[in-house]
Write a protein that binds this ligand. Structure first.
Ligand code: UDP
Length: 416
């Protein structure tokens, strides 16, 4: 590594000297293992840091590890509460688990929590796993172009919100604190590559989604399609990952939830597990998604009388979005979300991919293996079809927007 870095640094110093630019040395104090002070020197040329050689010296001297929580400035570390300092039980790392999760778009926990969790289980196997995922991300995933992060963008005709998981949960919770009348529920949905394929050939579904207040960007397919338009998806926001964060917030805010969808045994298990895991969260009621829906009035009455703040509808797309659009006017809940297969996962009726596969954005491989007959068409035919559609749309869009102002792009970027 040093053999690669040193000639580069030497060359840049020569250039700096030739162009008479200032070479400066900064010394920063970081917190090492057991809060030991670690001096980290950075050489800058005209205020831009040169290759970070000191990191590697510190690594060779055993002050940094290859994998570990990201180095934290000593003063900031001192401000942490004592019981939040467990991250310093191990050395800081050049590659941090947070960096890996952020690259994969699933950095839903905050950095402190991830660092503490890593320190608690920093086995060689766990370190090797983080290193391997980081390497694969570098080989396959890292974007080479500068990407924009607009607050929303259009994917094949539907406007998607480009937000982090935290912002997404906040949006839902905020909608629960609004004063609403009958029929005023805020509507949320998720869109992944499969949904996009469906609404491209189903104008009704597309129109319905565009009447929703917020549609979240879910999955690697949407991320790739966005990247083709130089858009960075902030985070993969899907219902299953959102659920624990949402439940924690609902419990803290004393809100109640009604569960509608999946089979009777699945939704029953979801309600029981929620009562166990979040005793503060009130499950106002639940019903399966296969019962005869003919008596809609009776169902509206049951949901309204339950006093639920939030309604989760898990009937798969586009059925659930259509159900929401058709029935919202008769409901007095504050918000409603279409959550797809969430109940199947939460009840453990269908197993979820291990975290390392999700970090590599390969959850679809697991789902394909688990339900080959159900999901074969969706992933083996649907995914290439979606990518083809998205790339054609991106090409067409580029020819329209090449002259457009980059500032406009930042505000609201259209992906046809
Ligand atoms: N489902 C339902 N009623 C129906 C059809 C499906 O409640 O008429 C449920 C089904 O039991 C499953 C969920 O909807 O729990 C659909 O899961 P899937 O993984 O297909 O949804 P996706 O996340 O792909 O939209």
């Amino acid at each position: 590594m040093l053999m690669l870095v040193l000639p580069k640094v030497g060359y840049q110093c020569l250039l700096a000297w030739y162009h008479q630019k200032k070479i400066k040395l900064y010394v920063q104090q970081y917190a090492g293992i057991n809060m030991e002070r670690v001096q980290h020197r950075t050489v800058t040329v005209a205020n831009a840091p040169l290759a970070d050689i000191d990191t590697w010296f510190l690594y060779l001297r055993g002050k940094y590890d290859l994998v570990g929580p990201s180095p934290m400035e000593f003063d900031d570390a001192c401000k942490l509460h004592r019981n939040k300092r467990t991250r310093f039980n191990v050395s800081p790392g050049i590659i941090s688990p947070f960096m890996v999760k952020r690259t994969s778009g699933i950095a839903h926990q905050d950095e402190q929590q991830l660092a503490a969790d890593f320190a608690a289980q920093a086995t060689p196997k766990h370190r090797a796993q983080v290193f391997l995922i980081w390497s694969l991300q570098r080989i396959f995933g890292a974007p080479t172009r500068r990407l924009y992060s607009p607050r929303q963008f259009k994917l094949l005709g539907v406007t998607l919100a480009n937000v982090s998981m935290k912002e997404a949960v906040n949006r839902v919770v905020k909608s629960l604190n609004c004063d609403t009348q009958l029929g005023d529920a805020t509507k949320f949905a998720f869109v992944n590559a499969d949904c996009a394929n469906k609404y491209v050939s189903d104008a009704g579904y597309q129109q319905t989604l565009n009447t929703f207040d917020t549609v979240f960007a879910d999955g690697i397919g949407v991320k790739i399609a966005a990247r083709w338009q130089n858009i960075a998806v902030t985070e993969n926001v899907n219902g299953t990952d959102m659920f624990p964060f949402l439940c924690a917030e609902l419990a803290a805010n004393k809100k109640s939830v009604y569960l509608l969808g999946a089979t009777h045994s699945v939704v029953n298990r979801v309600a029981a597990k929620l009562n166990r895991e979040y005793p503060e969260l009130k499950v106002a009621g639940y019903r399966d998604g296969f019962s005869d829906q003919a008596d809609a009035k009776e169902l509206h009455r049951a949901i309204n009388q339950s006093g639920a703040d939030l309604l989760l509808v898990a009937m798969g797309a586009p059925r659930q979005e259509q159900w929401i659009a058709d029935n919202a006017a008769s409901l007095n809940v504050k918000a409603v979300i279409g959550v797809g297969g969430l109940f199947d996962f939460y009840s453990e009726h269908v197993s979820r991919a291990p975290i390392w596969l999700r970090e590599l954005s390969l959850e679809w491989v697991w789902r394909l293996g688990a339900q080959p007959l159900d999901k074969g068409k969706r992933y083996l035919l649907g995914s290439p079809l979606f990518l083809l559609r998205a790339s054609l749309a991106a090409r067409a869009n580029k020819s329209i927007t090449t002259t457009a102002n980059a500032a406009n792009k930042e505000l609201n970027h259209d992906l046809l």
